[in-house]
Design a protein around this ligand. Structure first.
Ligand code: NDP
Ligand code: MG
Length: 390
């Protein structure tokens, strides 16, 4: 029986994974090693009971008593705190889904890679902050990374067994998010509630706001760079309001292989769960005649400065990815808390990058996790100061 672990089980990706695991037979088909969450311990305990997990872990130490109470009588172990999440990720499992939100997903993701198996990677922040460490860890242990981010899963599938040397470019699409068609002048007044609604995808709040600002796409450009080893100029972004084509790979002979599917993350998660097989998934089949037309446009970088920053981050290399992600997380926190406007986020991140680039060692690739976390802390401070000045 295949053993599985889900990091971030109570989130939007985690819920989709849970749905797939249960539909595929739940505890009859999978031996669930660990499920982790944070605030939502009631749901975590429910999932752990349904899948008969060995251990359920909340990242929040103050939630341990609630988790224990919710698991009473089940025989399922309970633990709490960031270190307990890492320990759970280190328990042997054939397949681990990394679906914690933010840079908090990096240490447990690395722990899972270190002990081997397959890492289905939704947590794009791991690759953005520490791409080199993550891929080196996989190479060392022989673990396989399968992308779960829909665009990267699409590239992976469209590439098939083709050689990357024959690839001229990859193009990832973006719906354009909540403010795609807003006049630019209105963006400064955009509220958190307005930024939290997505035209096509149903996702967690943070990534939904990142879609409106295109910080999500910026992270994905860097993710594609780290995952597929492509230079910045070979990674393109197109706005595609229907979200049907998720990515396409353009070969040097002019042929482009596109991946199409309805905007439902259970496709990419299910693909990674069953790879290299393809099995029936609870995802609707595309009805292109009903959709009628697919449209595309170039992204306007004055509306979405995050895309320019992503290219600059790739060119800068070194610690730029860790700084970019952490500054973005801080700016997003500040926007959600009402401290800064929607349009203040990109300047705060740009300022944090500029300030961090003056520090010694910025241009060198971080050697270990501690170094990455050091840049992460510094960038959050710089971004918070920049936001204060905004
Ligand atoms: P959610 O915010 O919905 O869920 C995040 C999960 O992480 C929850 O289980 C949450 O627990 C847990 N969590 C939150 N903070 C911490 C922490 N400090 N330490 C450990 N666990 C924590 O996120 P999404 O599911 O939307 O996204 C997860 C990842 O997948 C992100 O990296 C995102 O970029 C990526 N992704 C998401 C897509 C989507 O469709 N949602 C699409 C492509 C990629 P709790 O809820 O119990 O507090
Ligand atoms: Mg994506």
């Amino acid at each position: 029986m295949r053993s599985v672990t889900v990091l971030g089980a109570t989130g939007s990706i985690g819920e989709s994974a849970f749905d797939l695991l249960m539909r595929a037979g739940g505890p009859e088909r999978f031996r669930t090693i660990a499920l982790t969450g944070a605030a939502n311990v009631a749901r975590l305990a429910e999932m752990a009971r349904a899948l008969r997990a060995e251990i359920a872990v909340t990242a929040l130490p103050e939630k341990l008593d609630d988790l224990r109470a919710a698991l009473a009588g089940s025989g399922i172990e309970a633990a709490a705190g960031p270190q307990a999440v890492i320990e759970a990720a280190s328990r042997p499992a054939d397949w681990t889904l990394s679906a914690i939100i933010g840079a908090a997903g990096l240490p447990p993701g690395i722990a899972a890679l270190r002990r081997g198996g397959t890492l289905a990677l939704a947590n794009k922040e791991s690759l953005v902050t520490a791409g080199r460490l993550v891929t080196a860890e996989a190479a060392r242990s022989g673990s396989r990374i399968l992308p779960v981010d829909s665009e990267h899963s699409a590239i992976f599938q469209a590439l098939g067994s083709d050689n990357l040397e024959n690839v001229e470019s990859v193009t990832i699409t973006a719906s354009g998010g909540a403010f795609r068609d807003w006049p630019i002048e209105r963006l400064a007044g955009a509220s958190v509630a307005e930024a939290s609604s997505h035209p096509n995808w149903n996702m967690g709040q943070r990534i939904t706001i990142d879609s409106a600002s295109m910080f999500n796409k910026a992270l994905e450009v860097i993710e594609a760079h780290e995952l597929f080893g492509l230079e910045a100029e070979r990674i393109r972004v197109l706005v595609h309001p229907q979200s049907i084509i998720h990515a396409f790979v353009t070969h040097r002979d002019g042929a482009s292989m596109a991946h199409m599917g309805p905007p439902d993350m259970r496709h990419a998660i299910g693909y990674a769960l069953n790879w290299p097989e393809r099995v029936a998934l609870p995802v609707p089949t595309l009805d292109l005649a009903a959709i009628g037309s697919l449209t595309f446009r170039e992204p306007d970088e004055s509306r979405w400065p995050a895309l320019r920053l992503a290219r600059e981050v790739i060119l800068a290399g070194g610690a730029a990815g860790a700084v970019f992600n952490a500054a973005k997380e801080q700016a997003l926190d500040d926007f959600i808390a009402g401290h800064i406007r929607f349009t203040d986020m990109a300047p705060a991140v740009e300022r944090a990058l500029a300030l961090s680039s003056r520090e010694a060692g910025f241009g060198e690739t971080p050697d270990d996790l501690d170094e990455v976390l050091g840049w992460d802390r510094l960038a959050r401070r710089h971004a918070a100061c920049a936001a204060g000045a905004a």
